[in-house]
Design a protein around this ligand. Sequence first.
Ligand code: SF4
Length: 363
Amino acid sequence: MLNKQIFVSYGEQAKKMTKELLEKIDLKAELKKDDLIALKPNLVNASSSEKGATTDPQIAAALIEYLINKGFEKLIIIEGSWVGADTDNAFLKCGYQELAAKYEIPLYNLQKSSYKQKKVLDMEIEIAEIALKVDYLINLPVLKGHCQTNITCALKNLKGCLSDQEKRRFHRIGLHKSIAYLNKALKQDLIIVDGIYGDLDFEEGGNAVKMNRILAAKDPVLVDSYAAELLGYHISEIPYLQIAAEIGVGNNNLDKAEIIEMNKDQAADINYNSSKIEQLTKKIKAKNACSACYGSLIHALKRLAERGKLKRINQAIYLGQAYQAKEIAGLGIGNCCNQAAEFVKGCPPSAKEIIDFLNDQNM
Ligand code: SF4
């Protein structure tokens, strides 16, 4: 797999999709038989993945089964929840304790680890020793919004490898430089992003948006740049992407990325029962819409609301396969709505593309 590649699988069957991605990228070809391989999910708190905060354990299960079947035996799962949450409880409630018992994989609670100072440029960072010992680190972040950094995905997920004391220091001295430098100190080898459910704007979950996709990539800066646009941000709105690119962690130029979509999403009925999301969706007329398309639109409308532009939209917004080949008096989202007077291309379009389109309308 090349650093410039981002593989995308649409759907909601996490285990099946992850296995297909692993075969496609031929993960085994990157590994040596006696490598110590760590899976690093995002278990920020003890909530199920449908709430939009944590990594679906079926993604980890797919990786473990794949690796065991290919003869790799030295597997561990590492994580430290955010300050104030108990990682052991998160392992239990998020389904990782069950997974660990079933496959006999050790769980490492990084809140209780021994730590080592690692010097990187002009910073010293205290990182869990076990994370530094790993031969091959597989990062399993969630694609979601974040209240301070706008997004959280691959780069920020490594913060779970710090002591609680170091996490607090990162917030004190500023997250952007700290996150970028952490990723210079601790290299991740593969990223499988859980983009099935991810929160609208808060890392703790509670307003999950169904984005129905899993991504596989090697470059954390590139995949996070892609994630930024999926959630409706310009890359410049996530300063750690620029800093990480400058210090050689990866590439933040999406023009150089090769995006490989392995399939298409399927239409599904989506019922959001979050009042925050209902507020955003009043003008949407969805019929047989794919979750991937609907999720992009919700993120786009949220970003417009944050910028005070949502109230300027005075037309209905259509999306879904039921509108294929139908004339629509309103705004169309995605290729299915290409008979609308104005529509944005894509199947699905990203939230950033939808925002650019809506900004161009005389709303
Ligand atoms: S454009 Fe149509 S088919 Fe494509 S993701 Fe959107 S709703 Fe689904």
